[in-house]
Structure formats: C-alpha cells, structure tokens
Design a binder for this molecule. Structure first.
Ligand SMILES: Cc1ncc(COP(=O)(O)O)c(C=O)c1O
Length: 469
C-alpha cells in the first residue's frame, strides 16, 4: 500500500514554493524537485486537489493544472479511485560501473588501518597455538571475543551476555544472515532514505518491497512518516543507522529512538540497528544504544570502520533464540569466522578508547579540511557539518550528481552519485564525499570535481535552478 501525503504536511514541506513562473508551474516544479531529492517518496499519494488547494489557499484550478503538468512529465500517475501517485519516470540505477580502479577512489567511506593493528595481529599469532587443536570451523565466534563484544554493550548501558552475540564476517554479512533469517520474499522492509547502498541491495535481492522513511542531515528522521509506514504496511524488518547515519551523518534523538522502538514492538516489525558507524564520534558525545529501548531490537556492529575494513570482523547482538535461528541458517552462506582475525579483534576491543580517540582526531581533521576546500571551490553547494561519521552529504544545487560522477571519471576520480543511496533515482542533487582520505587526495579530488563540474551540465532544464535543501 502506498503512503498518503497529507495536505497539511505537503503544504508545510513545500516551503516558499512560489517563483517567477506561473503558480501551477512553480508548484509542479517544487513537487518534482522534492521527489527527485528524496523528500517525497516515489509511490506515495498526493493529497486530493481540493484539500491541497485549501491548505495552500490557492484555487483548485491551479492545483489541478500543477497535477496535470506532473502527469504529463510522468512524475505523477493517476488511477481512478486511488488518487495521484508520485513516480520517477526514468529512475534507473544505471548499468555503468562507477567505481572501477581510478587514480583517486572516493567511492568508499572507509579509512586506513588503526596504527595498533600490527600489534593486534602479532598477539593473534602468538595466541594461535592454543587454538590449533580446535577444528577451526567457528560458526558462533570465540567465547572470549563474544564476551568482549558483550562487555562493550554492557559498558554502554545495554546489559548483554556472550550468548546474545554471534561473530560474523563484518556487518554486511551480519545483515545478510539476519535478512535470510527474518524476512520472506515479498514482505516489506522499512529503510531510511537515503541509506547505505548495500542494505538496499541485500533487501532487494531477498525480494523485499522497500518503504522509505526520509532522513536529512539537518532535520534528522521523519519519524511520523516511519510510524505511518510501519502501522500501514507492517514491514517485517526496519533497517536503521541511529548514529552518524551513512550517508547523512545524522544521529537520531533519544525521543525518536523511543518512538520508533515503541511502534515497531507494537506492530511486530524487527528493527535492525546498524552500529557500524556508531563509534565515529567527532564532537557529539554518547547516546544510548537503540536496542536499550526494546528487547526485540537487533544490533549489528563491526570493527571495519574503527579498526580496519580488511579485518572483516563484525557481529550480531540480539535475543538468544534469534542467535540460534541465525546459526541454523549460517552454513548455507559460510562455514565460520577465521580465528586469527577473531584473536586480533579481542586485542583491539581492549583498545576501544584509543581507537575511538584516534579515529575522532583523524575524522575531525578530514571533515574540516574537506569542508573548507568545498566552501572555497563550490560556494553554491550546501553542506551541513556532521558531528561524526566519515563523509559529507552535500546538496549540489543544480548540478546532477550522476553527471558529475561520470565526468569525474575522466578526471581520474571515482565517486558515488547521490541516487545510489536511494530508490528510483532520488537524490540526484546530492553527493557523498568521504573525508577519510589524505589532505593531498582530498585537495586533488576537489580539483577533479571542479574540472568535472564544468563539463557535467546541470539537472534537466525542466528543474528550477535554485538549490533546495
Ligand atoms: C552502515 C554500514 N553498514 C555496514 C557496512 C559494512 O561493514 P563491514 O565492512 O563490517 O561488512 C558499512 C560499510 O561501509 C556501512 O557503512
């Protein structure tokens, strides 16, 4: 079922929509751009003409003409009896491989290894002889590592036992295991919009129908929309990144965590809180883990961002009976987590404080440097400085980020365009730029983007030139 946008909400979200153009064109322009940049979800229903005209205090003829204009441009589908549904006409994910090897690769929001990594591996190799009588297939994770992960949650105010933890090959693997265990093809999954692209891939591959809950860098989560989607569509799963969300960098307030946890528990939607980015704090301070608001919330985590992506160690934390179900499903996917990496992770988790302080320092430097470069070279771009995470999520105004990403390739830079983080072509005016690279690389990357912007052109002329945040 598609969600209905109320006339009041639309009137509020349209903001100052009037322009020098005729009112019906200005209204159509604004609805179209809100659809493209993801603030209105494709598939949602616009209010009845009469209701919107009354909320906006304009004539019904003007609203009808705006809807007709959107219909003609294929941004609106009207089916007798079921209203007017928003749609993106050519929203395709694109066959072009945007991230193949280039001199500069900004396609990943990930950092170089924590300097303590060699010592962790040395510790692991020293410990290894104690484990060699073990047959080596470890589906659940070493008890010492599960204890260390459990302690990490208990210390953050979420009492956890080792039986509630399962060690995986990174958070992506954890997400796949959970999807296989908790979701059946055809069921709905609530996602944040924009979201982590491989989560979209995972859910679509499992035959999910996705429901998009908007999230923005400045405004955070549209919890009211999330509540509505859960109540109306009863998704089997909801996927969230409550801390330093990838790509917006936003963090969910305590009150919003409570509200979402409450409705999900009531409606039987299992929330997966992805905490892969949760330790990437620059200047925010701790917030209670999402799972502390409901015992049915499942958490996934990883050492990938804090220590090193190459470690490939992550975990699932959740109810004990869920761990048993996941364990039963696991052999179809893989036969366990390597021991050396697990032993290194035991060492690393003892250094969590050092690792977070180290990352925080690096991330602060990278964030401030990149923001200054962009402000100098792209003063028209709108960016909100995040208080953590690994990237800036930037509104590029009238520049199409897909066109920019393609042009940047000719300048030797791989970068992922905004629509990759959303559904059906949304976020064309957004670009994610990670700030985890060296200053030289960041400077060169911005230079490459600047040259690319001269050839990229802008979003099709039907769209207004004014940037919209
Ligand atoms: C939000 C989020 N979840 C999961 C992952 C994957 O983590 P891992 O490398 O531990 O599989 C990433 C990596 O970019 C991520 O950003």
């Amino acid at each position: 079922m598609s969600s209905q946008i109320s006339a009041r909400r639309l009137a509020r979200d349209l903001g100052e929509w009037r322009s020098h153009r005729a009112a019906y064109l200005a209204l159509a322009d604004r609805v179209r751009v809100m659809l493209i940049d993801g603030r209105l979800a494709s598939g949602s229903r616009l209010p009845a003409e009469r209701e919107l005209s009354s909320a906006l205090q304009i004539s019904r003829t003007t609203v009808a003409a705006a809807y007709a204009q959107l219909r003609e441009e294929r941004y609106l589908r009207s089916v007798r009896g079921s209203g007017s549904t928003l749609a993106l006409p050519d929203g395709q994910r694109g066959p072009v491989q945007l991230t193949q090897e280039l001199p500069l690769d900004f396609s990943k929001a990930a950092a170089a290894a924590y300097p303590g990594l060699p010592a962790a591996y040395q510790f692991a190799v020293e410990q290894l002889p104690h484990y060699l009588s073990h047959q080596g297939f470890d589906m659940q994770g070493l008890p010492e590592l599960r204890s260390a992960v459990a302690d990490h949650y208990s210390e953050r105010g979420l009492p956890t036992t080792p039986e509630q933890v399962l060690i995986t090959l990174g958070a992506q693997h954890a997400l796949s295991l959970l999807t296989h265990t908790l979701h059946s093809p055809g069921e709905r999954v609530l996602i944040e919009h924009p979201t982590y692209p491989h989560a979209i891939d995972t859910f679509l591959a499992a035959g999910a129908r996705l429901l998009a809950m908007p999230v923005t860098s400045a405004g955070g989560w549209d919890i009211t929309e999330g509540q509505l989607l859960i109540r109306r569509s009863a998704p089997s799963l909801g996927f969230l990144m409550p801390d330093f969300q990838n790509p917006t960098g936003a963090s969910m307030s305590v009150e919003d965590r409570q509200r979402l946890a409450r409705i999900a528990a009531r409606e039987g939607t299992v929330l997966i809180a992805d905490e892969t980015t949760a330790q990437l704090d620059i200047d925010r301070g701790p917030l209670p883990p999402m799972a502390s608001f409901s015992s049915s919330i499942v958490t996934i985590g990883s050492l990938g961002k804090l220590a090193w992506g190459g470690l490939r160690i992550g975990w699932i934390r959740g109810p004990k009976d869920l761990m048993a179900k996941v364990l039963r499903n696991r052999p179809a996917m893989d036969l366990g987590t390597p021991l050396v990496e697990q032993l290194a992770s035991i060492y690393l988790l003892r250094e969590t404080q050092l690792m977070t302080a180290n990352r925080s320092r690096e991330l602060r430097g990278g964030r401030d440097f990149l923001a200054a470069e962009l402000t100098e070279h792209f003063p028209q771009w709108k960016l909100q400085l995040p208080d953590g995470g690994m990237s800036l999520w930037i509104n590029t105004g009238d520049i199409s980020s897909s066109a920019l990403a393609l042009a940047a390739r000719s300048e030797g830079l791989a970068i992922v365009p905004g629509p990759r983080f959303g559904l059906e072509g949304a976020f064309e005016r957004f670009l994610r730029i990670p700030f985890t690279y060296s200053r030289e690389d960041l400077k060169e990357g911005v230079g490459a983007l600047l040259r690319a912007s001269h050839t990229a052109g802008s979003i099709p002329s039907k769209l207004p030139l004014q940037a919209v945040i």
